[in-house]
Design a binder for this molecule. Structure first.
Ligand code: ZN
Length: 294
């Protein structure tokens, strides 16, 4: 009996040791798996950044997220902008975030169709960018401001930063073109939701200084980082512009937005077939603003 108990204890002891060893091995395996998965996630993240093709220091990607939603919200409340059958549709094609390697292609296409558009530009001082600013103006388009840096954390930190940035882009445009731009588009729109300062502070400043800001009520879909095709873009724009008297169409002049360039000729043709007037934004353009203050 005694032997039996001793044998039992030994077996119990051994099985405990084996269990502990087995558990240690499992933990080690799991640890390795976690390491591999972490690496995979890291790779996926950096790949995503490469696809988006923008530098880490700007917020071009972030403004994409709410572009379509912001347009929808605006249109829900802007009943006075709903088109009747007899209305001539006014369409304002707007290109944000340039100059880029695609600016000249966009300008060539607009020139082919003799159509004028609006370019909401950022601050770049290289020779090509300076030439693009000038070409925009020389060919009769509207040059407008979209901040110098496009960095939310800087521009929207306080009114002082905002006005310094505004002055910088206004001066650069003046230097390149001789035009004192008085038209602005907030990076991310007036409804951006990321500004650390209440947007009404900046809106009030622009209003007091005779600078008109424009958001958009038609999102072409090219703000997204998801793959979009030129036919998606055409479909997005055409399905919306028929509904409104005034359509301010959000598009982008950026290196990685090739489909926007590809879509442009057909888009212009379809808009013209629809009888729409394609116009550059001016002082008299009906304001399309997501957020306003009294
Ligand atoms: Zn932008």
């Amino acid at each position: 009996m005694k032997r039996f108990i001793i044998a039992f204890i030994i077996i119990l002891f051994l099985s405990l040791i084996f269990s502990v060893l087995y558990l240690m091995l499992s933990v080690n395996k799991l640890d390795n798996r976690i390491d591999t998965l972490t690496q995979v996630i890291r790779d996926m993240r950096s790949e995503k950044q490469n696809i988006s093709g923008t530098s880490e220091n700007t917020d071009f990607d972030d403004e994409a997220v709410r572009a379509a939603q912001a347009a929808e919200e605006y249109n829900r409340t802007a009943e006075e902008n709903l088109a009747n059958a007899e209305d001539t549709l006014k369409v304002y094609l707007t290109f944000d975030d340039g100059p880029s390697g695609n600016s000249d292609r966009i300008l060539d296409i607009l020139d082919d169709y003799n159509v004028k558009a609006t370019f909401f530009v950022n601050g770049r001082t290289d020779d090509h960018s300076m030439a693009v600013y000038k070409r925009i103006v020389d060919e009769g388009h509207t040059i407008a401001m979209h901040s110098y840096t496009h960095k939310y954390s800087e521009i929207y930190k306080n009114l002082e930063n905002f006005t310094a940035d505004l002055e910088k882009i206004q001066n650069l445009i003046y230097e390149a073109t001789g035009v004192e731009s008085t038209i602005y588009r907030f990076p991310g729109g007036s409804s951006n939701g990321v500004s650390s300062t209440d947007m009404s502070v900046f809106i009030q400043f622009l209003n007091e200084h005779g600078i008109k800001y424009f958001d958009w009520n038609v999102a072409s879909g090219d703000a997204t980082n998801l793959p979009y095709t030129s036919s998606d873009l055409i479909e997005n724009v055409m399905s919306d512009v028929v509904k409104y008297k005034t359509s301010v169409v959000l598009m982008h002049d950026a290196d990685n937005k090739m489909a926007t360039v590809e879509a442009l000729p057909e888009l212009i043709e379809l808009l013209q077939e629809q009888g729409a007037l394609i116009l550059p934004i001016s002082e008299d353009t009906t304001l399309i603003q997501h957020v306003t203050i009294q």
